[in-house]
Design a protein around this ligand. Structure first.
Ligand SMILES: [Zn+2]
Ligand SMILES: [Zn+2]
Length: 227
């Protein structure tokens, strides 16, 4: 039987428009609840463990119940909070771009760290884009809804957001994209996307807002979205 909802996404690390009680910080992290599996996953971990843990607890989620952590790329504002998660939940599965596997394994020798190269389904309907090779290798996450549409979560999109969009389009229609767009401004790639949620490091938030007034969504720390 298909669940009524597919995914819930809670923003647990960012410095944008914090909701009361949440601690802002530079970086990005989103908590994912997968209704197909009943499991929590974390996409990126922000820049500070204690801030991340505080914000996750605000959603009444037990850190030790998180099953997977997907790290988009090896920058401190996405990876540094991992340490605190591992301390509480040492058996969590961690997925990093394959080029960063050595560096993470050295830092966390007793952890379950997997290097990602190709696109792979981590658990039902939760897919890693695979590593996009670049000066800064990066992966994003594609969440496939029961309507067979994709929600993209993206860290900084250093290799170019269009590369993640093109890859996602090869498997299904994109419904929403949330995260750091960095310097991206190739607007034509965003035209058919229902929800454009540029946050974190996105430099052109005002341009997206102006160009796509009906699709642009201001993403705030402490927000929760259901799909
Ligand atoms: Zn970055
Ligand atoms: Zn970043």
């Amino acid at each position: 039987m298909k669940p009524i909802l597919s995914f819930e996404i809670s923003i647990v690390f960012d410095d944008k428009c914090p909701k009361p009680g949440f601690i802002p910080g530079f970086g990005f992290s989103a908590l994912i609840f997968n209704h197909f599996t009943g499991e929590f996953s974390l996409f990126d971990t922000g820049g500070k463990s204690n801030v991340l843990i505080h914000n996750i607890k605000k959603f009444n989620v037990d850190i030790s119940s998180i099953k997977h952590v997907i790290i988009s790329h090896n920058h401190y504002d996405h990876a540094r909070g991992l340490e605190g998660i591992i301390q509480i939940n040492p058996s969590v599965n961690i997925y990093v771009p394959i080029n960063d596997l050595k560096s993470f394994s050295r830092k966390f020798p007793n952890s379950r760290i997997h290097g990602i190269s190709e696109m792979i389904e981590i658990e039902k309907n939760l897919v890693s884009s695979g590593q996009i090779k670049d000066f800064i290798p990066e992966q994003s996450v594609f969440l496939k809804t029961k309507e067979n549409e994709l929600i993209i979560l993206v860290g900084c999109a250093h290799p170019g957001l269009e590369k993640f969009i093109t890859k996602a389009q090869s498997i299904a229609k994109i419904k929403a994209i949330i995260g750091g767009f960095h310097g991206f401004r190739k607007l034509s790639y965003l035209e058919d996307i229902e929800l454009i949620g540029a946050c974190h490091c996105s430099r052109n938030i005002n341009l997206f807002k102006k160009s796509f007034p009906g699709q642009f969504k201001r993403i705030c720390l402490g927000d929760n979205y259901s799909f």
